[in-house]
Design a protein around this ligand. Structure first.
Ligand code: ZN
Length: 298
């Protein structure tokens, strides 16, 4: 696909710029000059994504779960549940649905906070872990396989939007599931200075050194939002945007992240101790957006 025929999936603008194709991955990243969205012009289709998660058995899921920065996630999850409760005017008797729940650790905290919880997941290994660890029965499948509408006071998604081939469809399904006045929360990756630097390295090497940018924008991470592209997407689909906030939030332990980038083992410890000290001071790149939006009452 050439830049001339691509339009921005967030705002619809045709003023987009395609970066050179990465040699290793064959990926083409496109930047919207109007809203700042970065997205893949040649993403995986929905069937390939389903196949990827079908393969995600218990062993693979546990490898991923053990690489997470659990102490940080716990704090972030509790703060987010509190914010949602404030927006809803309390948690008592409220229903919360988490899309792509993983092992349901977030849902278990929401249940402790007073919510009646449920969720969905594509990875069979995660559904097993959620049942055994928290006695939570997740729906194995995506949202179109759930019937009904106006069901939940809150719908939440932790890093799901970047992983789907059709983000508009996903958000429209969330709108269907939410009760009028209900609150959507999403965490989704944002374009940061780190990505700009990684892309510059990839360009300077003619696409050869593209490992970092491929890790950030890849088959399973197909778009990095800006505040503007997020707001325009949600408003176009009928949400009222409450807040878009950029955050420093690296969900994987730094050594695991460096390993996934192909950094040699002997270099991982020194690099990760410097990165971790920056993370502690909230001084690293703001890599995600926290988004709160509401389904209109009328
Ligand atoms: Zn745009």
């Amino acid at each position: 696909m050439s830049a001339g025929t691509t339009t921005c999936e967030a705002c619809g603008a045709s003023d987009v710029h395609a970066y050179p194709r990465a040699r290793t991955s064959g990926r083409v990243i496109v930047r919207c000059r109007s809203c700042g969205l970065r997205f893949l012009s040649n993403p995986e289709d929905a069937a390939a994504i389903h196949d990827f998660y079908d393969e995600y058995d218990r062993e693979l899921f546990e490898l991923y779960a053990n690489a997470r920065r659990s102490s940080m996630l716990d704090v972030v999850w509790r703060e987010t549940i509190e914010r949602i409760s404030e927006l809803l005017g309390g948690s008592a008797g409220r229903t919360l649905f988490d899309v792509g729940s993983g092992g349901a650790d977030f849902l278990a905290l929401a249940r402790d906070a007073g919510y009646e919880v449920s969720g969905s997941e594509l990875a069979p290994g995660a559904v097993e872990v959620a049942k055994e660890t928290h006695d939570i029965d997740l729906h194995l499948g995506d949202l179109p396989t759930i019937e009904g509408s106006n069901l939940y006071d809150s719908v939440t998604m932790w890093c799901v939007l970047a992983h789907v081939s059709d983000p508009d469809e996903l958000l429209t399904e969330c709108l269907r599931l939410l009760k009028p006045g209900g609150v959507l929360f999403m965490q989704t990756p944002r374009w940061s200075a780190m990505d700009g630097a990684a892309l510059a390295v990839s360009k300077a090497t003619g696409g050869r050194a593209s490992r970092v940018i491929d890790r950030r924008v890849s088959d399973t991470h197909m778009r990095l939002h800006s505040k503007s592209s997020m707001r325009q997407t949600l408003e176009r689909l009928g949400f009222e945007v409450i807040a878009t906030e950029s955050r420093v939030r690296y969900s994987l332990e730094t050594t695991h992240y460096l390993a996934s980038l192909g950094v040699p083992e002997r270099m991982r410890t020194p690099i990760s101790s410097s990165v971790d000290s920056l993370l502690k001071r909230d001084a690293f790149f703001r890599n995600v957006l926290d988004v709160f939006a509401r389904k209109p009452l009328g």
